[in-house]
Design a protein around this ligand. Sequence first.
Ligand code: ADP
Ligand code: MG
Length: 700
Amino acid sequence: MDLTRESAQYVKGVGPHRFKLLNRLGIQTIWDLLTYYPRRYEDRSQFIPIARTKVGEFHTIRGEVLVSGVRQTKTRKMSLFEIAVSDGSRIIYGVWFNQPYLKDYFRVGDKVILYGKVEVFQHLQMSSPEFEILTNDEEDSLHMGRVVPIYPLTQGLTQRPLRGIIYQSLERYLPDVKDPMPGVVVERYHPMVLARALQEVHFPTDFTQLKLARERIIFQEFFFLQMAIALRRRQITVKEGIRHQVEGKLLKDFSESLPFQWTGAQKRVIAEIAADLSSSRPMNRLLEGEVGSGKTLVAIYALLIAVQGKYQGAMMAPTEILAEQHYRTLQKWLAPLREKGWEIRVTLLTGEIAGPQKSQALAMIQMGQIHVVVGTHALIEENVRFHRLGLAVIDEQHRFGVDQRASLTRKGNHPDVLVMTATPIPRTLAMTVYGDLDISILDELPPGRKPIKSYWVEEEKRERVYRFIRQKTEEGRQVYIVYPLIEESEKVDLKAAVKMHRQLSKEIFPDLKVGLLHGKMKSLEKERVMEDFRDGVSQILVSTVVIEVGIDVPNATVMVIEHPERFGLSQLHQLRGRIGRGEHESYCILIGGVGAGFKPAPTDEVRDRLSAFVELSDGFRIAEKDLEIRGPGEFLGTRQHGLPELKLANLIRDQGILEQARGEAQQLLEQDSMLEKPENRLLRGELERLYTGKFEWALA
Ligand code: ADP
Ligand code: MG
């Protein structure tokens, strides 16, 4: 029986209504039910007496409801539902705001379990505790007298029935659960078979068994992830790619035309890239480095390697602004080569370029008259055909999915690929998550960069910030003022940014030129605004996050960020990378998000994030912190990688298990590279089920 296809609707206790509720939790099949893991557990074999609970800590208590009722709070704005619960040792109150309907759940005399943080507020209390009302048939061994699973819920579905449903599905279907892990791996690593682990993870015998069961399942999730990555990688590496000639006059002339020396890190990374390019195995390399660490220049060098061997290069960026910026940067750095007799033709391809201009560009690309094409995802449109694509550079990993990467490389005959990202992630994590990419790190900034001074000030200091801006512009410097634009409320935000611009230019700095830049503007308009700022015609640039990447104005030394709480840590750091690029001291100022005049007060998370930003300047430390705050899923955008989500496993917490799983996966593939041995057949089937359609299947 294929449990991944069997509907959960027919499990005892489900039915059409509850099935809909389960769907909301992402549960469709039996397998979804079996792998719907508890959020936490309660040891209900013994309860702590209420009198012995500690204020400020989370506890599970059991008692009887003495009183229950709804009242209005003093301000009369909210209704308050309260119960008083006693276990004979002391009374504790459970309180819920604005949920008067709860009064229908509880009756005086009911035996209840409450879980929450114990507080003192006139009396001992828990606010909005999780609760369960005990029934009389407490021989009911599912919900009491044992370690009990607590599941994430949805409105309309409470703990008890869900627990019952999962219990029923285990009873009925566990015998059909086959262990896809090869026996040797299970024996060596962890002797608990899958069915047993599932049983224990839902209804643990005790906490020791629970730990073992969780480890077993986490191991398996990582093992599959590692298998998939290894297979994906092999799928690339078995292909016959291009052997580039990595030395030559063009490259020498280029290096010599630069007004500076390569940094040590750039030299190292160029050597790594050159080694890949000269081998017949297609390169698939991730280049990580801080904003301003010189990635773009390294990428240009790599593109020139392709060009000198009569191949074409492509460079794809996530936004138009960035693509245009790259285009300009390329032209700037390639111009001096003209004097040495090299004519490198670069063209730009974005959604804005159309008509005869576009047709001409397309024709020239196809005929091989263009050496390097820079563009947005317009590059992967069907009508773009290369003469001989040799290297694809993809900037900003996070915004392109695996599929888009593949669409670009399909335009050549196994071209080499270099992916650049300015959101560095720790190497161990990168190795496992981007396991299909080799990694190069630019961990050295070009000399002469001054550390940026960062501040987080409250709204009340706005006047002072404006005075500071004035002072700096009088000294001849330029200023960015960044305004967030988030998709959900784009219209409102845009209005706010435009209004802010008007106020700044009309009232606060009427004597200065204040530019405005946002994504909704026409290309030409954007271009003009950027040019004005680059040329120093405007002193202040109010901008939505379109400047996040790619702008290079060394004279801009001040960046003010409005509503900093709306930006992620890495994103803030990216923004900050726009300043500190010249000889003058630079300042990054976050306004608001704290103090009086800011409502609501910043959450701990915001405080944590913004304080970390002000304290840390190293991109890798920032990335680590960001990862810690947001968790790996969101940080890495795992969905984009075409890999299935990890349900129990956590890439940071469980790194030890991850390493083991990785080792086992590699070993297994060395022994049975196509998973053809009979003992690996189940594993192969499971991998096919999990990954088919997610990426080109490597076992086919
Ligand atoms: P990234 O793409 O990592 O943000 P860029 O390649 O755009 O970095 O380089 C950032 C700035 O540093 C550019 O102004 C570039 O000219 C300069 N730069 C790059 N490499 C060096 C170097 N080795 N020495 C001095 N300046 C450099
Ligand atoms: Mg760059």
